[in-house]
Design a protein around this ligand. Structure first.
Ligand SMILES: *Cc1c(COP(=O)(O)O)cnc(C)c1O
Length: 351
């Protein structure tokens, strides 16, 4: 039995998969009960009347090239949120297994785990060390039933990268016992390469990537899990058959052409310059009592009166994220870096 088969839910390993309509684009389709025409007024070439290709090859190959991994290491879904959900479903037996998360962090890991009926164990980040991983505590809290460890780097909502060597040591330590999932939703904003380059040597390491943040495609809903081909194979058994909608496929492929990627890099430079400017200006505001450095496209700030700051932003027509619900962040707001004009309006509202 392989380590993936041993770690996964036995009923998912044994599951008979749904057989979707065969994908044979060279033949005319009289097998999927679709309408043979595009809907009235629609572009006849859009193919919107046809079920899309399940796990579209062109998209997977494009993402594999973008992320520097083999195509059989890529699962593509409706945002990385879908991959988080599928991981919980495939690996955690309801009422028995657990995931481990490092708060304050992204909420979907524990929500998806709870929907699946899994327990959520925690190993909080060390606030006094700039929200660094507490490696010893994390390993001590992993039990026999801990199937997934979610590490978010750069972390949401704190904005910092986690120590790469610590993440690799954790993966090595948990080899064969748990899958270590590093969520890199914001890695394009950080000055560090993706951990995807280490997947080959650490089969129990997995990386989440998304097109929602730096690639500007949040509305398209497209994200990927990069992992050992056995993990990908297992999740392909349970992902809904036509997860990637045709308009999403078209939007993503046109965003990943060489010309669009070059334009995207220029936008990213603009955003990073705005992040620097915003950080420097926020640091001058007397109402802000603590400002956390950022390796992402948002800034975590603590206020003397966060409620009043929220109110002032609202009055200026701007929405920032209330982060006061996170453990240890009772006075914090999370600010997404916007356009120069939006950032200036926010600074004005708070000065
Ligand atoms: C935004 C975000 C995601 C979700 O991305 P989608 O691909 O849009 O589902 C995943 N992880 C973190 C930490 C995020 O902040």
């Amino acid at each position: 039995m392989s380590w993936v088969t041993a770690l996964a839910r036995p009923d998912i390993v044994a599951l008979q998969v749904y057989e979707h309509a065969a994908w044979r684009p060279q033949l005319e389709r009289l097998h999927a009960n679709e309408l043979p025409w595009s809907p009235t007024g629609g572009d006849p070439r859009s193919g919107i009347n046809r079920y899309p290709e399940p796990q579209p090859r062109a998209l997977i190959e494009r993402l594999a090239a973008l992320y520097g991994v083999a195509a059989d290491s890529v699962l593509v879904g409706r945002g990385s949120d879908e991959a988080i959900d599928l991981l919980c479903r495939a690996f955690c037996r309801a009422g028995e297994d657990a995931v481990l998360v490092c708060p304050p962090t992204f909420g979907m890991y524990s929500v998806s785990a709870r929907i699946q009926g899994a327990q959520v164990h925690t190993a909080p980040l060390a606030m006094e060390r700039g929200f660094a991983l507490d490696e010893a505590q994390l390993l001590a809290r992993c039990t026999r039933t801990t199937k997934l460890v979610f590490l978010c780097s750069p972390n949401n909502p704190t904005g910092n990268l986690l120590d790469e060597q610590a993440m690799l040591r954790i993966a090595r330590e948990l080899a064969g016992r748990a899958l270590v999932v590093v969520d890199e939703a914001y890695v394009e904003f950080a000055d560090r390469p993706s951990l995807a380059r280490r997947l080959g040597e650490l089969p129990n390491l997995a990386v989440l990537r998304t097109l929602s943040k730096a690639y500007g495609l949040a509305g398209a809903r497209c994200g990927a899990l990069l992992a050992d081909p056995q993990v990908i194979g297992l999740l392909r058994k349970i992902i809904p058959p036509y997860a990637i909608a045709k308009p999403t496929l078209d939007a993503v492929l046109s965003r990943l052409t060489p010309a669009a990627l070059a334009a995207g890099r220029a936008q990213l430079d603009t955003l990073l310059a705005e992040r620097t400017r915003l950080l420097q200006a926020l640091a001058q505001l007397p109402r802000i009592v603590r400002l956390w450095p950022s390796d992402s496209n948002f800034i975590l700030a603590e206020f003397d009166d966060a409620g009043a700051a929220l109110e002032r932003a609202d009055q200026a027509g701007l929405l920032v994220r209330d982060a006061r619900g996170y453990p240890g962040l009772g006075r914090a707001l999370r600010i997404t870096v916007g356009t120069a004009q939006q950032n200036s309006r926010l600074l004005e509202a708070w000065s």
